[in-house]
Write a protein that binds this ligand. Structure first.
Ligand code: HEC
Ligand code: HEC
Length: 367
């Protein structure tokens, strides 16, 4: 199909664009709400939401509390999304974005049943009518779509679809899980109460199809694979360079250490503990060498004096700082005063070209 499209656009034709928006209207079929939870399941789902998701998606599911995480209650998302549109990102995450996987199979904290229950809970909380959308591909003129995308969308979604203040539309996990019609629905209707405004009165149906086809053209055919998980280290293994000297960081605002200072301390074999405060599934994929998972959803009281109080601790996340700041404040609350947050976060660290340990080296290559 893509070959045909490219050919077609080379000829300057748009033979494969679908019809006007009324054809979408005609396809609307209302679906029943997803499975209802028992009171007990609903309560557990709500607890899980607050524990694992509210940090970024907000206590009321409104989105944009941290890391530009999308709203999980917007009408257009929940009416057009199949349960899988919510379930898959929750289970497997969106690699390369702050959205980690929460399913135990990939190293996350939730069971399969818990991820389903939280999905159903989100649908019930939003209380919107679901509509059945077509699973057919949306076709259009890709070069035209790219131009329109750069003019209208890149400012928030990034010129490569990498996401700036908005979701990474060219993310391979997102493209693997979202249908064309789901993407087109978001463009047409926007996402209520978020910076994503509807485009239906600004762009023509053909233009929206072209942009959708352009976004789809970025898919590489990537598929989610079941990873080989590393064992999680225990607190007695946390201290790196136990015989080294202590680092002497100058902290900005009493909390932030810079990436160059941390790299220098690592290279000169300073005694430290480095905590990766993201969901453990993403520590499994890539982390700063020598770091250990202490996710923001940990039970911090359990850790009271589990590791030495006098060793410098540096915490980081991808966010760049939300989860790490949360963890450092918790650690300070239980007595760990020598604590700092990596200012640039892991993505900033990688952007600087600093070293990370990746799963394919650590666990024999499943990526
Ligand atoms: C002002 C910034 C901004 C602009 C401009 C913008 N968007 Fe968005 N877009 C967002 C935000 C923020 C979200 C997430 C909304 C939420 O909270 O649910 C989003 C969500 C989306 C989604 C849903 C993604 C998903 O996984 O659910 C799609 C698709 C999308 N935008 C496409 C576009 C396209 C195509 C354009 C250009 C025609 C565009 N956007 C322009 C900010 C923007
Ligand atoms: C560290 C911040 C963070 C946490 C915690 C987090 N998310 Fe996300 N989430 C994000 C970001 C950022 C995105 C958008 C990623 C992208 O596509 O660029 C996202 C995307 C999503 C999406 C896709 C929404 C859409 O419009 O396509 C779903 C569903 C989702 N998250 C559910 C959850 C659930 C459920 C939890 C808790 C189990 C959770 N998230 C925890 C940051 C987070």
């Amino acid at each position: 199909m893509q070959v045909r499209l490219v050919l077609c656009s080379l000829l300057g034709l748009s033979l494969f664009t679908s019809g006007p928006a009324i054809s979408l209207q005609a396809e609307i079929e209302h679906l029943p709400p997803p499975r209802k939870l028992t009171a007990e399941q609903a309560q557990k789902a709500e607890e899980n939401y607050q524990k694992y998701c509210s940090l970024c998606h907000g206590a009321d599911r409104q989105g944009h509390a941290n890391d530009h995480a999308p709203s999980l209650r917007s009408k257009s998302l929940l009416e057009s999304g199949t349960p899988h549109a919510v379930l898959r990102p929750m289970q497997y995450g969106r690699q390369g974005t702050p959205m980690a996987g929460y399913l135990d199979e990939v190293g996350g904290p939730m069971t399969l049943d818990e991820t389903w229950d939280l999905t159903y809970w989100l649908f019930w909380q939003a209380g919107v009518d679901r509509i059945k959308i077509s699973t057919d591909p949306v076709t259009g003129n890709i070069p035209n779509g790219e131009q329109l995308y750069q003019e209208n969308c890149a400012v928030c979604h990034g010129s490569e679809g990498e996401g700036i203040t908005a979701p990474a539309l060219a993310n391979q996990s997102a493209l693997a899980h979202n249908s064309d019609e789901f993407i087109r629905h978001a463009i047409i209707h926007g996402r209520e109460d978020t910076p994503m405004t509807p485009w239906k009165d600004i762009l023509s149906d053909t233009e929206i199809n072209d942009i959708t086809a352009f976004i789809r053209s970025r898919a590489s055919g990537w598929k989610q694979e079941k990873p080989v998980l590393q064992a999680i280290p225990t607190p007695d293994e946390y201290v790196i360079n136990p015989d080294g000297e202590d680092p002497d960081f100058t902290l900005t605002d009493g909390i932030y250490v810079s990436s160059p200072d941390l790299l220098e301390a690592l290279n000169s074999k300073k005694r430290m503990i480095i905590f990766d405060t993201r969901a453990t599934s993403v520590w499994q994929i890539a982390h700063i060498e020598g770091s250990f998972p202490l996710p923001y959803y940990s039970d911090f009281n359990k850790y009271k004096e589990e590791f030495p109080l006098d060793v410098q601790i540096v915490a980081y996340c991808s966010c760049p700082r939300a989860a790490a700041e949360y963890v450092v404040n918790k650690l300070r609350g239980i007595g760990y005063q020598k604590t700092a947050v990596l200012y640039e976060g892991l993505f900033g660290w990688q952007y600087l070209g600093y070293p990370v340990t990746r799963r394919d080296i650590a666990a024999g290559g499943d990526e």
